[in-house]
Design a protein around this ligand. Structure first.
Ligand SMILES: [Zn+2]
Length: 376
């Protein structure tokens, strides 16, 4: 018996050792690889935990960058990476943060809104964990993740997720979806804490216009779109006209009143900000796609999507040229600039003039990497 017990204890100790080592590998204590090299207009660099101290030291904490122009004006918030498998969101936020030179007002950028989402990919999607862009100074590795918070950071999921505003019932995994967690809870789940901090930031910083950058699959009807809260419809309409001049056709979708927990709904209902969400078409996210690799993420070319397009099954234009990241980032950057311009037209005393950003055609021509710094 004694011999067996000793062997049992030895095996148990070995198992615990192996589990411990691998757990440390899979559950980083703080976010890593969330690179951003802000432009010279940066006036303050902080962390999201400033707006909810319960996030400090957790995998949900993430960089917040504040840029300020010489002229006083309004404040705009741009969020990338709410869903880490919608790469144009974070990439556009990075292009904005690394190039912006505001002339009037303030710009706050959070490139990786759900930091935990960048630490894993969804099972069975075959997504890469990173993709690499060529910049003038060398390669830049950008993390690619999941639309949900990493389960090693928030576990277990409830059987049914009941969102807090109207107690709507959603699948349990949606408890890890940042865009179903607003307005958030100060001491709730990790995802709810992140949502609370962002809502708090909007209030504390007096954000006039808040923009959440997303993507959706090319077969999804809400695409190439500005989804606008009721109070932000005029803002979106003027921006859409401005975008047409730049060669960017965009739809305006009203934020559905009964869809709760989403940024464009809860920011608009719970704060004074004008809330919008942008969608661009992402073939690496859709159900029709074939080989899913870095190339699909960056070039956006997939033969199945071309077939579907020829049969009229897509909601967006799709040709042999695909839906490259440069086009999708170009749409987002141009839309952010157009929304700032529109707000300046509507509320000149709270004007926001963003200089230094590449235009839609410049991004199409030169690619996203031309406007980013290399990884260090
Ligand atoms: Zn999304």
């Amino acid at each position: 018996m004694g011999k067996h017990r000793a062997r049992g204890i030895l095996i148990l100790a070995l198992v615990l050792f192996v589990v411990g080592v691998s757990a440390a590998r899979f559950a980083p204590e703080s976010p890593t690889g969330l690179e951003v090299y802000p432009s010279a207009s940066l006036t303050r660099r902080t962390w999201l935990s400033q707006y909810n101290p319960a996030l400090k030291g957790t995998a949900g904490d993430t960089p917040v960058l504040v840029f300020e122009g010489a002229l006083p004006g309004g404040t705009m918030l741009v969020l990338g990476g709410t869903h880490a498998d919608e790469p144009a969101g974070a990439a556009a936020a990075l292009v904005i943060a690394e190039n912006v030179s505001p002339e009037q007002g303030r710009l706050i950028v959070i490139p990786y809104a759900n930091a935990s989402g960048f630490s894993h990919t969804l099972p069975q999607e075959g997504h890469p964990s990173h993709y690499t862009l060529d910049t003038p100074g060398g390669p830049r590795r950008i993390p690619f993740g999941s639309r949900l918070t990493n389960p090693v950071h928030q576990w277990p999921d409830p059987t049914v997720y009941i969102e807090k505003v109207q107690r709507q019932k959603l699948a349990g995994t949606e408890s890890r979806n940042l865009n179903r967690a607003y307005p958030g809870e100060e001491n709730g789940s990790l995802t709810a804490k992140v949502a609370y901090a962002i809502t708090r930031l909007i209030v504390d910083e007096g954000v006039d216009v808040a923009v959440d950058l997303h993507e959706s699959s090319p077969e999804y009807p809400v695409n190439n779109a500005i989804v606008a809260h009721d109070r932000a419809m005029d803002l979106a309409a003027i921006a859409a006209v401005e975008l047409e001049y730049a060669g960017v056709s965009i739809n305006i979708e009203p934020s559905p009143v009964n869809l709760r927990g989403l940024s464009h709904r809860e920011w608009g209902d719970n704060t004074d900000t004008l809330a919008v969400l942008l969608e661009s078409p992402n073939p690496s996210q859709g159900r029709l796609r074939g080989t899913t690799d870095e190339r699909l993420v960056v070039e956006g070319i997939d033969p199945m999507y071309l077939k579907a397009s020829l049969r009229g099954r897509l909601y967006v234009p799709y040709t042999e040229e695909g839906a490259p990241l440069a086009m999708r980032v170009g749409r987002h950057v141009a839309s952010v600039e157009a929304l700032a311009w529109s707000h300046t037209m509507l509320s000149p005393d709270r004007g926001i003039v963003l200089g230094g950003l590449p235009t839609y055609s410049e991004l199409l021509e030169n690619g996203v990497g031309a406007y980013l710094k290399p990884s260090r």
